[in-house]
Design a protein around this ligand. Structure first.
Ligand SMILES: NC(=O)c1ccc[n+]([C@@H]2O[C@H](COP(=O)([O-])OP(=O)(O)OC[C@H]3O[C@@H](n4cnc5c(N)ncnc54)[C@H](OP(=O)(O)O)[C@@H]3O)[C@@H](O)[C@H]2O)c1
Length: 261
């Protein structure tokens, strides 16, 4: 029997990249998984691919983290299709990157909707569902919660709020068998990193491979994480082995962030 047989996970923003890697690992461990994102076709292909690979049910729903109505529909859908939520994994789309003074009120509103309001809404809905049964909640943030990066005002500030939110909720639910943790990942080789490398290659007039190597060389391990490695950490935090871990923020970054605490 696989360790997550009979369990149900809701994984946000999971048609590609890190979210997909997390959904794949949970599914491979026997979990039924519901995934959502905006592009319905890509979402369906991802669900089919994971289901084929693992043999476990992957339900998919077309929803936008920034739109409350679509998230309400999502929660109903998970109940109808899989019956409950045992694990909530909040992953996100890309934040707007720009110098602080160039960010508009609309940029902030849109990103507050994507990062904070979605987290508040889906966490409340999941906690109601977990009542009396316990559960696991993991917020997938970024190394921008650990150190400042120019142009990352939105990412750094909103994700740091999410890390703190996890801590508060973990305390309020510690005696009810729900653990709430966050992770801060470094560079993971996904479409997002490829697109950053493409932009840098154009800006610096170097090849795409050289731009990718420049990023890789900033990582002490001299390699990117795979999305599945992020999935392995999330899977651990959802497992019985992690039953006494709550309210923590774990770094998974190949050594990128140098600070010891
Ligand atoms: N890759 C890294 O090195 C790295 C490092 C630190 C932090 N992060 C952060 O981790 C998160 C995932 O990154 P990634 O590299 O996996 O990116 P990715 O490969 O571009 O995947 C992003 C996923 O989010 C979905 N998505 C985007 N906007 C959405 C929205 N408004 N509502 C619902 N789903 C949405 C996308 O699907 P649709 O387009 O179909 O909606 C896609 O499935 C991002 O917040 C990123 O900033 C990444």
């Amino acid at each position: 029997m696989k360790k997550f047989e009979g369990k149900v996970a809701l994984v946000a923003a999971a048609s590609s990249g890190i979210g997909k890697g997390i959904a794949k690992v949970l599914s491979g461990n026997g979990c039924s998984v519901a995934i959502f994102s905006r592009n319905a076709d890509r979402l369906k292909d991802t669900a089919d691919e994971i289901e084929k690979e693992t043999g476990n049910r992957v339900a998919h729903y077309h929803a936008d983290l920034r739109q409350r109505e679509s998230l309400s529909g999502l929660v109903d859908f998970v109940h109808r299709s899989l019956g409950k939520i045992d694990f909530l994994v909040m992953n996100y789309g890309d934040p707007k990157l720009a110098p602080f003074t160039e960010l508009t009120d609309e940029d902030w509103d849109e990103n507050i909707d994507m990062f904070l309001r979605s987290t508040i809404f889906l966490t409340k809905a999941s906690l109601r569902d977990m009542e009396g049964r316990g559960g696991r909640i993991v917020f997938v943030t970024s190394m921008t919660t650990k150190m400042g990066f120019e142009n990352f005002a939105i990412s750094g500030s909103l994700r740091s709020a999410i890390v703190n939110l996890a801590k508060v909720i973990s305390l309020e639910h510690a005696a009810r068998g729900v653990t709430v943790n966050s992770i801060s990942q470094g560079y993971v080789l996904t479409d997002r990193v490829r697109s950053i490398a493409r932009t840098q290659s154009e800006r610096k007039g170097i090849t795409f491979e050289d731009a990718l190597n420049d990023i890789r060389n900033t990582i002490p391990m001299k390699r990117f994480a795979s999305a599945e490695e992020i999935g392995n950490l999330v899977s651990f935090l959802c497992s019985d082995e992690a039953s006494y871990i709550t309210g923590v923020n774990l770094q998974i970054d190949g050594g990128f962030v140098r600070f010891p605490f």
